[in-house]
Design a protein around this ligand. Structure first.
Ligand code: PGA
Length: 257
């Protein structure tokens, strides 16, 4: 498909897909959805993602908070995933990422900012605790997701059942390559081989879901989601055909649609 407009809204396999020519518009719309959710319910539970894609998102959230247009004071956040076996204070932990990008730059209360604990003695029990915490807190109102080059969501690697709950996962070679070599995390040291992630079933329970992908390196994964039916080899294909899901893409990531 050729995209010539600044913003193109499509329905693909019953899923809303918005393609932007300007990434700034994409992130502005993504943050507007957060503002809308918090306006309706300042105590909303927000599901958050990490990774290179989301740095622009958090920059915009921090800016809107600084301007007084957005407040996270009453809300709670639940991150999708975290590595196993490093300290939360490790500069490569997702806790550190969130602290640098969001917690230290907004009025979100630290006690309302949740991630699985990377240094839990019993990661399996920690995954269960996290699943229960999300449930006890009333579930996720608005979930943000990125997409791995291999089509993963959270750290749900290809082959993960669509009804999975928060669990410990062995990271795939593709993800280890993506995060260590391509993204440059864990330079000069071994990247953790295990992580904890909300399951696909946990994610699909969110009341609203926004998926963001940017860059031509995501084009293949995005193409695979929409070219084939739902299948376990492409975890993000689990999101298709749901009214509550919106994909926000730049032109580069949408080039194989
Ligand atoms: P990225 O990661 O934003 O660094 O591309 C996305 C993901 O792996 O889910």
């Amino acid at each position: 498909m050729k995209f010539t407009k600044r913003k193109t809204v499509l329905s693909l396999s019953g899923t809303r897909v918005v393609v932007y020519s300007d990434k700034a518009d994409l992130f502005s719309d993504a943050v507007s959805e957060l503002a809308k959710t918090l306006k309706e319910n300042p105590k909303a539970n927000i599901g958050l993602a990490t990774g290179a894609t989301f740095q622009d998102f958090y920059r915009e959230v921090a800016l809107q908070c600084r301007k007084g247009k957005l407040s996270l004071k009453k809300s709670s956040t639940f991150n999708l995933d975290e590595y196993v076996g490093i300290k939360p204070s490790d500069p490569e932990s997702y806790y550190s990422y969130m602290n640098n990008q969001l917690y230290s730059k907004t009025d979100l209360k630290k006690e309302n900012a949740h991630l699985p604990r990377s240094d839990a003695k019993n990661p399996k029990a920690e995954a269960q605790r996290y699943e229960n915490l999300i449930k006890k807190s009333g579930g996720i109102d608005l979930q943000y997701l990125g997409i791995g080059n291999n089509g993963h969501i959270g750290f749900n690697e290809p082959g993960t059942p669509f009804d999975s709950k928060t669990h410990v996962v062995k990271l795939s070679e593709a993800t280890i390559r993506q995060n260590s070599i391509e993204r440059g995390y864990f330079v000069g040291r071994k990247m953790p081989r295990y992580a904890m992630t909300m399951g696909i079933g946990t994610i699909l329970k969110a009341r609203k879901i926004i998926v963001i992908a940017t860059g031509s390196h995501k084009a293949e994964a995005i193409g695979r989601i929409f070219k084939k039916g739902k299948n376990k080899e492409v975890p993000a294909s689990s999101l298709k055909g749901m009214k509550k899901v919106t994909f926000m893409l730049d032109r580069q990531s949408a080039q194989r649609l």
